[in-house]
Design a protein around this ligand. Structure first.
Ligand code: PEP
Ligand code: MG
Length: 590
C-alpha cells in the first residue's frame, strides 16, 4: 500500500530505488557490490566467520565449566546456548546468502541487512522475553563482523568517487535496481563515507536543512530528504521508495501511476541538467556587464575535479574538518595534511583555493562516539567548536597552519578562519600564524604567501566588521551559522527547521551591512553558506552588492543561469525594499 513520509528537501532531484535500512550503529560497515566470480568467496568468508564465532562461544562455555564446575553459571550458559542457536538460525543464514547471491552485496553488508530484517520481526513480538533476543542477535552479528574485520576483506572495495552509473555497471549486476539508503541518523563523517558508495539517494529521520549531514548530501548531488522523523521505522528493507529531494517527500511502495509520474519528473530533471551543462564555459556576467565570481565549496581534495567541471573559478571554502573526522581520535599530522592541501591546490590548476582551518564541534563531531561523556546537557553549537577548539589545542592548530603555508608554495591559497568573534581570538590566531611561519623558516622548510580571511558567522562579528577589516584581507559570510546564531535556531534540529529563515530582516541587515562595509573599503567579501547556492536568493544577494558566491559544484550552473538574467542596476532598489520590509519573503518574487 502506497504511503508518504514528509521531511525537509535538502538535495534536489528524484531517486527511485529499493530501500537499504542501515542502523546508525552499523554505518561504518562497508557497502559495496562484489563481482559474480567473488560471490562464492564472500559466502565462504561468512561461513568462516560463523565457524570462528561458534568456536569462540564453545571455548567460553568450556572455560566457564572448568573455572567453576560446581556452579556452571546456568544463566550465562543458557545465554551462550541462545547465541549458538542464533548462529545456526536458518533465517539468518539463508537470508544473508540471498543478499550476496541475488544482489551481490559484500558479506558484511549482507549480514547487517539481514540483521535489520530479523530485528524488525523481534521488535514486533508480543513476548518481552523473545523481544529481548534482538540484543543477542545483534551481539552475535557484531562478533561475526569483528572476525571479518580482523581477517580483512579479500574483495577490493569499489573505486572511489560518487556512485556513478558507469561505476555501478562495472560492479553491480542489478544495475536496473538503484538502492536508496534509509537511516535514523547519519553523521557528516558517515555521509562522507557514503560518498564512495552505491546509493542513489538518502533519507534520514533527523537533521535540519543546513546540518552538515545535509550539506554533504548536497555536495554528492543526489536526492536526499532529512528530518523525515519515523521514516526508518516505517520503511522496511527492500521496499520500493521514491525520494523527491525537491519537495522533501518520500513515497513508499508507490503505485504504477506514481512510479510513472516520478519517472517522468526524473527524466525532466536530467534534461535540465544537460541543458545547464552548456553554461559551463559561459562567463558569469550580468545583463549590465557585472562579473560575478562563482567559487566551489569542497570537503576533500578530490572534489576539485567536480569544481573545475562545473566551471568554478576557484575554491571558496575547503572544509578541512572532513580530513579530521571518523579517525578514532587519531588526527592527521602535518605531513598528511600538507599532501591533502597540496593536492587540492594542484587540482585547481592555478585557481585560488580558500582553505578554512578545522571546524569540528557542534554537529560535526570528530567521531560518532566522541561526544564528551557527561556533557549531554551542554549545547555544542555554543561550545568549543571551530577556532575556539583550535586555540585550545595550539600544537594541533600550528601543525595545520604549517601544512597550509607549505601547500601555498604550490599555488594560490587563501587562509580562512572560522567562528571568530573576539579581538583576543583574532590576536591569538594572527600570533599563531606568525609562529607557524617562524617555525617553517627555522627548519628551512619552503612555504608560500597566503591571503588571510575571517568567516563572519556570529552576529557579534557581523556587528564589528571594522575590527575584522583592520586585520584581514577578505571576509567570507557563513550564513548557515549566522542564521543559526542570529535566530537562536539549532541548524541540525528538524523540530525548529520551520523557523530557520534566511530572509529574516535581522539576518538580511547583518548581511547587507557586512557586504556594504567590505565594498566601501575595497575588501573582498563572499557568501559561502548554503544561501549562496540557493537560486531563490541569487537576485537578492546581487541586489545587496554581493559579487562573490561559493557553493557546491552541483549548484554553480543553476546559479549562473540566474546571474545571466540579472540587471544589477535594477536590483539595488528592489533589494533595499526587501531589506526594509516587515515580511521580506513576501517581496522575494517581485
Ligand atoms: C556557514 O556557517 O555558513 C559555513 C559555510 O560553515 P559551516 O556550514 O561549515 O558551518
Ligand atoms: Mg559555519
Amino acid at each position: 500500500m502506497t504511503f508518504t513520509v514528509h521531511g525537509l528537501a535538502v538535495s534536489r532531484g528524484i531517486a527511485i530505488g529499493r530501500a537499504v535500512i542501515v542502523a546508525s550503529s552499523r554505518i561504518d560497515v562497508a557497502h559495496y557490490f562484489v563481482k559474480p566470480e567473488q560471490v562464492e568467496g564472500e559466502i565462504t568468508r561468512l561461513r568462516d566467520a560463523r565457524k570462528a564465532v561458534v568456536e569462540e562461544v564453545h571455548k567460553v562455555q568450556k572455560n566457564l565449566h572448568e573455572l567453576d564446575p560446581a556452579d556452571a553459571h546456568p544463566e550465562l550458559s543458557a545465554l551462550l546456548d541462545v547465541h549458538l542457536m542464533l548462529l545456526q538460525d536458518e533465517q539468518l543464514r539463508s537470508g544473508v546468502k540471498t543478499w550476496i547471491v541475488d544482489r551481490h552485496y559484500n558479506a558484511e553488508w549482507a549480514l547487517t541487512t539481514q540483521l535489520e530484517v530479523i530485528a524488525r520481526q523481534f521488535d514486533e513480538m508480543e513476548d518481552p522475553y523473545l523481544r529481548e533476543r534482538k540484543a543477542d542477535l545483534e551481539q552475535v552479528v557484531e562478533r561475526m563482523l569483528r572476525v571479518m574485520r580482523g581477517a580483512g576483506s579479500p574483495v577490493a572495495a569499489p573505486p572511489s568517487g560518487p556512485a556513478k552509473k558507469q561505476d555501478k555497471a562495472l560492479l553491480d549486476p542489478t544495475v536496473d535496481v538503484p538502492l536508496v539508503l534509509i537511516a535514523h541518523d547519519l553523521s557528516p563523517a558517515d555521509m562522507l563515507q557514503f560518498k564512495q558508495s552505491v546509493f542513489a539517494g538518502f533519507v534520514t529521520d533527523v537533521g535540519g536543512k543546513t546540518s552538515h549531514t545535509a550539506i554533504v548530501a548536497r555536495s554528492m548531488d543526489i536526492p536526499a530528504v532529512v528530518g523525515a522523523r519515523t521514516a526508518s521505522h516505517l520503511i522496511i528493507q527492500d521496499d520500493w521508495v521514491i525520494i523527491d529531494g525537491d519537495q522533501g517527500v518520500v513515497v513508499i511502495d508507490p503505485s504504477p501511476v506514481l512510479l510513472a509520474e516520478y519517472g517522468a519528473k526524473q527524466r525532466l530533471g536530467e534534461l535540465e541538467r544537460e541543458r545547464l551543462s552548456r553554461l559551463k564555459n559561459t562567463p558569469a556576467v550580468t545583463l549590465d556587464g557585472q562579473r560575478i565570481e562563482l567559487l566551489a565549496n569542497i570537503e576533500q581534495p578530490q572534489d576539485t575535479a567536480a569544481a573545475l567541471n562545473a566551471g568554478a573559478v576557484g575554491v571558496g571554502l575547503f572544509r578541512t574538518e572532513f580530513l579530521f573526522m571518523g579517525r578514532s581520535g587519531k588526527l592527521p599530522d602535518e605531513e598528511e595534511q600538507f599532501q591533502a592541501y597540496r593536492r587540492a591546490v594542484e587540482g585547481m590548476q592555478g585557481l585560488p583555493v580558500t582553505i578554512r582551518t578545522v571546524d569540528v564541534g557542534a554537529d560535526k563531531p570528530l567521531d560518532r562516539t566522541a561526544a564528551r561523556a557527561g556533557e549531554d546537557h551542554l549545547n555544542p553549537a555554543l561550545g568549543l567548536r571551530a577556532i575556539r577548539w583550535s586555540l585550545s589545542e595550539p600544537a594541533m592548530f600550528l601543525a595545520q597552519l604549517r601544512a597550509i603555508l607549505r601547500a601555498a608554495a604550490f599555488g594560490p591559497i587563501h587562509l580562512l578562519i572560522p567562528m571568530l568573534a573576539h579581538a583576543s581570538e583574532i590576536r591569538q590566531t594572527l600570533a599563531l600564524i606568525d609562529r607557524a611561519r617562524e617555525q617553517l623558516t627555522a627548519s628551512a622548510t619552503e612555504y608560500g604567501p597566503v591571503r588571510l580571511g575571517a568567516m563572519i558567522e556570529i552576529p557579534a562579528a557581523a556587528l564589528t566588521i571594522p575590527m575584522f577589516l583592520r586585520h584581514f584581507d577578505f571576509l567570507s559570510i557563513g550564513t548557515n551559522d549566522l542564521i543559526q546564531y542570529t535566530l537562536a535556531i539549532d541548524r541540525a534540529d528538524e523540530a525548529v527547521a520551520h523557523l530557520y529563515n534566511p530572509v529574516h530582516p535581522a539576518v538580511l541587515h547583518l548581511l547587507a551591512s557586512t557586504i556594504a562595509q567590505c565594498r566601501a573599503q575595497g575588501k573582498g567579501v563572499s557568501v559561502c553558506g548554503e544561501m549562496a547556492g540557493d537560486v531563490a536568493m541569487t537576485r537578492l544577494l546581487i541586489g545587496l552588492g554581493l559579487r562573490s558566491f561559493s557553493m557546491h559544484p552541483a549548484q554553480i550552473l543553476a546559479v549562473k543561469q540566474q546571474i545571466l538574467r540579472c540587471d544589477t542596476s535594477k536590483l539595488g532598489a528592489w533589494a533595499q525594499s526587501v531589506l526594509s520590509a516587515e515580511d521580506p519573503a513576501a517581496l522575494m518574487s517581485d
